[in-house]
Design a binder for this molecule. Structure first.
Ligand code: COA
Length: 460
């Protein structure tokens, strides 16, 4: 039987104590491939399309000794060191991934094995771990689940949510320039310093074939344009569900002429590629502004939205709607809202690429790195996972958020090594036997034995 946590006060625990994200760490491989130059030339793609149309300048590429497990262990070790956490402080490690290294064994057990090489054998024995697979929404479902556990935790222990993925599509496919790799580890506890969850979750789920990876395949099958459409419809559905729940709980109650989006300071959407957050926010704002003052102002600027009754031909109606959506995304009101509330979240994704389930939290890291969030602001997260599912939820920035030490992520990204197209292709196809950069002060895959068991080590 599931426990009912309904009607929680803002912050999430029955005692009224805030629960949420206390801190986060980001790990990104030390290699990158620039999308302009050699890559765009060889693939015959205008670099303007990749840098402006898609929004990615550099893709993170895992070296031969890296996989989703090493990246997860590296982000967790950094988080533990940042937050002065001992293994016994951690009760649960939930890992969101769709790049699992084993069909049965939880990736978290490999992560614990690696961490114990630093903290001592058996040091994590009183910590449980489970893997959440739900394409790019897995980590967010893990966070939702762990936040309820944290609200009920009475012994002062904390939970960790880790996102770790290698985003991989076939060479020369249209998904190729939306790859990347990385991990984000989140510390989830009571009295969080960064953001307290309001425990309002708007959900949308339906069966779709937009993106999937049949058993045994190393790259995903993606119906690209369809996946964009599924993302937009699912986020829209989840946002409506969120808005209804936020109104019923009394958290967001717009008066006449006000919209739900007026009550949100930053939107953090799933970022498969930076342009997607522009499409997502245009869909959300356009829908939310209907019937509000802002919607009327947009109508004055670009005219009324096409109505089906005015069209006898469905194709003409759809073309008119697509044209209206394009004009909306160029309207002054939308551009102002996008720049103020959305654009900054994509800063790190531009130079890392897609990290699947962690990309939404890379968005949070972008805001922190750019020092864009202030105490009392409301964050609205819009997670999407192909297949498909969306979850929209909110959190309030806490007074201590601005005092949490910087992570220096941009500096670390600048220190990465640029690789050639040939090196990238060999790594992509698993043909590189030795690492391009010898591992140093990090976890590394040492070998895979005859049974398929993976052996990891910590390289000083
Ligand atoms: N200069 C500037 N912009 C250009 C350009 C150029 N030379 N050429 C094209 N563009 C623009 C297009 O106009 C378009 O922008 P718009 O939507 O504002 O019109 C944008 O670049 C993308 O072009 P498009 O032709 O739609 O891209 P694509 O066919 O390469 O497909 C994806 C893009 C994302 C569908 C594809 O990379 C993919 O399948 N990725 C994997 C799946 C994925 O990430 N899905 C997202 C939801 S989870």
């Amino acid at each position: 039987m599931t426990k009912d946590f309904g009607n929680l006060p803002a912050g999430g625990s029955h005692s009224g104590e805030a629960v949420g994200i206390d801190d986060l760490s980001v790990y990104v491989p030390g290699l990158f491939l620039p999308l302009s130059g050699e890559f765009s030339l060889d693939r015959g793609i205008d670099p303007g399309k990749l840098i402006k149309g898609i929004g990615i300048e550099r893709m993170a590429v895992p070296d031969a000794h890296e996989d989703a497990a090493t990246m997860a262990a590296n982000s967790l070790l950094d988080l533990m060191q940042r937050c002065d956490l001992a293994p016994e402080d951690i009760a649960k490690i939930y890992v969101g991934t769709e790049s699992a290294v084993d069909e049965a064994k939880a990736i978290g057990t490999y992560v614990i094995g690696m961490l114990e090489k630093v903290y001592g054998t058996g040091s994590f024995q009183d910590c449980s771990t489970v893997e959440f697979k739900s394409a790019c929404i897995g980590t967010t479902l893990a966070l939702e689940s762990l936040s309820y556990w944290a609200a009920a935790e009475e012994e002062g222990r904390v939970g960790i949510v880790i996102a770790s993925d290698v985003a991989k599509y076939p060479l020369r496919s249209s998904g190729e320039y939306t790859q990347g790799a990385g991990s984000v580890a989140l510390l989830v506890k009571k009295h969080p310093r960064l953001a307290a969850l309001e425990q309002i979750y708007g959900c949308f789920t339906r069966d779709e074939n937009d993106f999937f990876r049949p058993m045994g395949c190393t790259t995903a099958t993606v119906n690209g344009k369809h996946s964009n459409q599924c993302y937009l419809e699912a986020i829209q559905g989840a946002f409506d569900s969120f808005a209804g729940k936020a109104a019923r709980s009394g958290a967001i109650t717009p008066k006449s002429e006000e919209c739900v989006t007026d009550f949100i300071d930053h939107f953090l959407f799933h970022i498969p590629y930076p342009r997607m957050v522009e499409y997502a926010s245009a869909a959300i704002f356009r829908h939310d502004w209907l019937g509000c003052r802002k919607g009327q102002d947009v109508e004055l600027e670009i005219g009324k939205e096409p109505q089906s009754l005015d069209y006898e031909d469905l194709e003409l109606y759809q073309a008119a709607k697509a044209d209206y959506a394009r004009r909306f995304s160029k309207s002054r009101h939308f551009q102002e809202a996008y720049l103020a509330k959305v654009a900054d979240t994509a800063a790190l994704s531009r130079v890392v690429g897609n990290i699947y389930t962690g990309s939404i939290y890379l968005g949070l890291a972008s805001l922190l790195e750019l020092q864009k969030i202030r105490a009392g602001e409301r964050l609205c997260f819009g997670a999407y996972g192909s297949g498909c599912s969306a979850l929209v939820f909110s959190a309030i920035v806490q007074p201590e958020a601005e005092t949490v030490p910087s992570r220096g992520i941009v500096k670390r990204l600048e220190e990465r090594r640029q690789i050639s197209l040939q090196e990238y292709e060999r790594l992509h196809e698993g043909l590189m036997e030795k690492s391009l950069v010898e591992p140093s002060a990090e976890f590394a895959l040492a070998s895979i034995d005859h049974q398929g068991y993976r052996h990891y080590e910590y390289v000083c």
